[in-house]
Structures are given as C-alpha cells and as structure tokens.
Design a protein. Structure first.
Length: 129
C-alpha cells in the first residue's frame, strides 16, 4: 500500500506511528524553514540541543499526524486522535527524539523519492590531509 512505501515508523507511548511526508506536511515545513533542504541542514547541524528538541517535537507531531489525518479522511466514521506536541514531550526522552531523527530523515527521503536516485558517495577520506 502506498502509505507503507512513504512512511517511516516510530513508537511513542507504546503506540506505533507512521511518519509520512505529504504535500501538506511539505508546505508546513516550507512555511517554517523555507524548504526541505533548509530543514535537513537545521536537523543535522544543530548546536543548540533545546532548540533541536523543539524542532524534533514539532516535526514528529507534523509527520505522525499526516498518517492519522489520512486515516480520518478515508474513514470518517472511526476517527483517531491526533498526536499533540505535549504528548510527545511527556512520552519520550531526549534520547528517543535523537533516535527518531533517522526516521524523520527517512520519511523525507521516501516522500521526495530522493533515495531512488542517490548517487554513490565519493570517498570522504581521500581528500583528508
């Protein structure tokens, strides 16, 4: 199924959530960061740990809620509750969030299908020295 293909899974409070980069989520990210590339830079190069936590919580809520919103849209008779930032903050540790970062990046790659045409990385060590 299509959602499976573009989703990365995380577990919060014993419940599994799919992180899905939808067009809607992409627009939200663009509003906040000016685009997916800027967001990737922010996530990878963050110096300020607390700031990183806020960004990660916001992103997890955004991406996890896409799959819930899709479900609610397709099954209006059995709506699920959205995941709030407060719930994420209460049910996770900073270590969890750091681990979810990979799932976030993964969901973005799937969403933009960049991983399909990923070129082989040049040897980084070759130029060292």
């Amino acid at each position: 199924n299509m959602e499976q293909e573009r989703a990365a899974l995380i577990t919060i409070g014993g419940k599994e959530y799919e992180l899905v980069l939808t067009t809607r989520a992409t627009k939200e990210i663009a509003k906040r960061y000016g685009g997916l590339a800027s967001l990737g830079d922010r996530l990878l190069n963050t110096e300020n740990f607390e700031l990183a936590l806020d960004e990660l919580v916001w992103l997890i809520a955004l991406l996890a809620n896409q799959s819930i919103l899709i479900h609610n849209f397709q099954h209006p008779e059995e709506k699920r509750d959205l995941l709030t930032e407060e719930a994420i903050e209460l049910l996770t540790t900073p270590t969890d969030l750091a681990e979810y970062k990979d799932a976030i990046m993964d969901s973005m790659l799937r969403g933009t299908k960049r991983f399909v045409e990923s070129e082989p990385q040049p040897e980084k060590n070759a130029s060292a020295g």
